[in-house]
Design a protein around this ligand. Structure first.
Ligand SMILES: Nc1ncnc2c1ncn2[C@@H]1O[C@H](COP(=O)(O)OP(=O)(O)OP(=O)(O)O)[C@@H](O)[C@H]1O
Length: 299
């Protein structure tokens, strides 16, 4: 469990993290979303005691990071996958960390296997592709078998097979009741993995919401039906908001397309069109539009 209260970090005149309060619960994957420069990495660095907050507190399993007796056993993090000795082999890199943290050598071979690097364990990390480097970074995070895991943009550089692998890994870690926080600036990267979302913009909290609720809030569906008068009251009763559109169509907010289809079926109404209007990515972009630091201007 990670608990963040009133967390603030300034760099000169810039407030990178601004009075942020949220907690990250075990047993689920929490997606940490925000546009570039929103303050995700700075927040993660403060969780790990790498940056000192100007105000507020952050605790991991009830302690601040510096107060943790065996940090690698409590928190594992993938922050910057390039932070390895290029001349060392993958195995030596892990062995070195294991030795300084009283972790047995057999755990090194276990994590190499787990991340799919066993066959290249004796190759120099400097010769690794970006994706292999990411896997090595994940091996480091898992080395101490920690209960809390932080992944900063972990899919960077991974191919589709690697992306699928890391999604399954994160889901598996959450299923083992671990606390998993994964950052991204793209909704599409976390939508399939996260159970919960924390969205920030310009260092401030924008949303702290279950993925199901976010999907419902983000959904806007265009509907055409042969008997709208019979269908609309049912949709309103089911929690939807209905606005009439042009030429007999109407827009339903707050209900997923499937639910609308089920209501139509139950009412015996034929749907002639059922089109989701806004993707999750779009909903997220709408939410963070005012927080984007660098916007391209349209010529
Ligand atoms: N060491 C630093 N010195 C000065 N400014 C910094 C420093 N670290 C971060 N910042 C600034 O703080 C803000 C938040 O940066 P941060 O890297 O935490 O954002 P982010 O959400 O992780 O972004 P990205 O998705 O681009 O990695 C940015 O405006 C950044 O320029």
């Amino acid at each position: 469990m990670i608990e963040i209260t009133g967390l603030t970090k300034r760099f000169g005149a810039k407030t990178a993290v601004d009075d942020l309060t949220f907690s990250v619960e075990p047993g689920r994957v929490t997606g940490f979303l925000g546009p570039n420069g929103a303050g995700k990495s700075t927040t993660m660095r403060m969780i790990l005691g790498l940056d000192r907050p100007d105000a507020g507190t952050v605790t991991v399993n009830g302690h601040d990071y510096v107060g943790l007796a065996r940090p690698m056993h409590e928190v594992g993090a993938l922050l910057d996958a390039r932070a390895v000795h290029k001349s060392r082999t993958a195995r030596d890199h892990l062995l070195c960390l294991a030795q300084t943290n009283a972790i047995p050598a057999r755990r090194v071979d276990e994590v190499l296997e787990l991340v799919g690097l066993a066959s290249v364990a004796r190759k120099r990390a400097g010769s690794f592709s970006l994706g292999m480097g990411q896997r090595l970074g994940i091996a480091v995070a898992l080395l101490g078998d920690p209960k809390v895991l932080l992944f900063d943009e972990p899919v960077n550089g991974l191919d589709p097979e690697g992306i699928k692998w890391i999604r399954e890994l994160m889901r598996g870690l959450a299923a083992e009741n671990r606390t998993v926080l994964v950052s991204s600036h793209l909704m599409s990267e976390v939508a399939q993995t996260a159970d919960h979302l924390v969205v920030i913009g310009k260092g401030r909290l924008i949303a702290d919401i279950g993925i199901g609720e976010f999907v419902r809030q983000g959904s806007n569906v265009l509907v055409r039906a042969d008997d709208a008068e019979r269908l609309v009251p049912r949709l309103v009763e089911a929690g939807g908001t209905v606005q009439s559109g042009t030429d007999g169509s109407f827009i339903v907010t707050g209900l997923e397309a499937r639910r609308i289809g089920e209501e139509a079926l139950a009412a015996g109404v034929v749907l002639t069109e059922l089109t989701p209007q806004r993707s999750l990515e779009q909903a997220y972009m709408d939410l963070t539009r005012d927080s984007v630091e660098f916007q391209a201007s349209v010529a």
